[in-house]
Design a protein around this ligand. Structure first.
Ligand SMILES: [Zn+2]
Length: 114
């Protein structure tokens, strides 16, 4: 079976992939400042189609948990909200990497039992 574009805004996919999307956002916010539209494009590049109506609450949620911190940056005439990972966000990502590595190991073991 070949999977093409994952539609993240499909409710089932959203449940299944929301943790991955959060980790993906956190990963990029550790590396560089991110903003909503840029992050939506990055996720689309990986095959997750995600609408602003879904993405912005994720960003706000990560900020509320203290993993991201935002500030307004002037871009020409408009203001853009830019996010960076906090020290707490960096720690959370490091912890998550261990779990993701373990999961990938298990997922890729290659024993299909069905
Ligand atoms: Zn990426």
């Amino acid at each position: 079976m070949k999977l093409t574009k994952l539609d993240y805004d499909n409710a089932v996919d959203r449940d299944l992939y929301s943790g991955l999307i959060r980790l993906h956002i956190l990963h990029h916010a550790v590396e560089e400042p991110i903003f909503g539209l840029g992050m939506a494009e990055e996720l689309a590049r990986h095959g997750y189609r995600i609408s602003p109506g879904t993405l912005y609450p994720l960003l706000h949620g990560l900020e509320k948990k203290g993993y991201l911190k935002s500030k307004q940056v002037r871009e020409g005439k408009s203001l853009r909200k830019v996010y960076r990972a906090t020290p707490r966000g960096r720690k959370a990502l490091i912890a998550a990497k261990g779990k993701v590595r373990e999961l990938i190991g298990e997922l890729m073991e290659g024993k299909e039992r069905w």
